[in-house]
Design a protein around this ligand. Sequence first.
Ligand SMILES: NC(=O)C1=CN([C@@H]2O[C@H](COP(=O)(O)OP(=O)(O)OC[C@H]3O[C@@H](n4cnc5c(N)ncnc54)[C@H](OP(=O)(O)O)[C@@H]3O)[C@@H](O)[C@H]2O)C=CC1
Ligand SMILES: CC(C)=CCC[C@@H](C)[C@H]1CC[C@H]2C3=C(CC[C@]12C)[C@@]1(C)CCC(=O)C[C@@H]1CC3
Length: 346
Amino acid sequence: MATHLRSAGKKCTVIGGSGFLGQHMVEQLLKKGYTVNVFDIQKRFDNDRVQFFLGDLCDKEALLPALQGVSVAFHCASPAPSSDNRELFYKVNFMGTKAVVEACKEAGVQKLVLTSSASVVFEGTDIKNGSEDLPYAKKPIDYYTETKILQEKEVLSANDPGNNFFTTAIRPHGIFGPRDPQLVPILIQAAKSGKMKFIIGDGKNLVDFTYVENVVHGHILAAENLQKGSALCGKAFHITNDEPVPFWAFMSRILTGLNYDPPKYHIPYWLAYYLALFLSLVLWLLSPLVTIKPTFTPMRVALAGTFHYYSCERAKRDMGYKPVVSLDEAIDRTLQSYPHLRRAKA
Ligand SMILES: NC(=O)C1=CN([C@@H]2O[C@H](COP(=O)(O)OP(=O)(O)OC[C@H]3O[C@@H](n4cnc5c(N)ncnc54)[C@H](OP(=O)(O)O)[C@@H]3O)[C@@H](O)[C@H]2O)C=CC1
Ligand SMILES: CC(C)=CCC[C@@H](C)[C@H]1CC[C@H]2C3=C(CC[C@]12C)[C@@]1(C)CCC(=O)C[C@@H]1CC3
């Protein structure tokens, strides 16, 4: 059945709809004819076609009005990984997600699609073409990821066909695109302050970077294919660009595209890792006196210096997923969208 027919008359709620991914979700859902509610802790855009509900997702009572009459809820809210706030990650990603599940059931929502993360299986060592069958990380790279694991387990185990409640999780990796507040802005900030001189390791490690519209496409396909007896029920799916790329080639392309020099000196992976670890220890000791957010954390060094790319064969097979925007086109569109980060040529 054509997508526009399947989506006719569908009403959905995007929890976290004011965020980077959330806003792109809202735009595509509206284009596909959905009626869209946004539930978020803040309102970051205006759109007459969207009904906004402001509140904290940890509060079930606040969520309920946003879920009335809705058939699909997309849960893509999370504190930013860089907030580095243990209590907040636990409260929002774990306890809050329990509240989301409860509220969906109480409001009679039939489908819940969670935005998880491919990092739930990443322990800081190489993953090449990893499938969804990899076990959850026993030692997740940070506390954000630890709570993404708890969150994903909570949502997948809530799948309950007997009560007409179906759940699934999308695991994207390295989302980028227009309005992303993380990847490109952090990279350019690091370049501006002269920190992007070194390639960690030999620079050959392949990584997935996934264009935001492909991530959105995966979520919408998941919602449309999630039904009684489908292979999606209670399962997680990688959504990638299906074009793994050397981490440092990708970074260099963004840097040169915005008129910054690419990194050219190599530093051994373990040296970078232990330097970052030492730096975080020093900053932790100094934290009662001063708060400094380092650019290079052990987590970022691990992400920058290892292979970690994932197979999206399961999504292709079970929901007919195929990236809709190629990596080349995605990078061009992203570069175009950041004129304010472009360095004036000397
Ligand atoms: N960006 C990436 O590369 C990847 C992201 N993901 C996942 O994708 C999802 C979306 O990420 P992204 O769009 O980048 O994140 P954003 O931070 O841009 O968006 C998340 C939104 O959720 C809101 N939010 C946070 N806490 C609450 C709360 N307690 N109640 C209601 N709303 C809340 C945020 O508000 P505020 O800004 O005020 O906190 C923000 O508007 C997340 O679940 C993330 O874990 C997964 C893999 C990769
Ligand atoms: C080495 C350096 C300073 C690179 C700058 C880019 C990084 C800020 C990004 C490179 C890979 C990104 C990434 C995430 C955040 C931004 C990066 C570290 C996530 C941690 C975001 C949340 C997730 O669920 C997993 C992502 C993995 C990749």
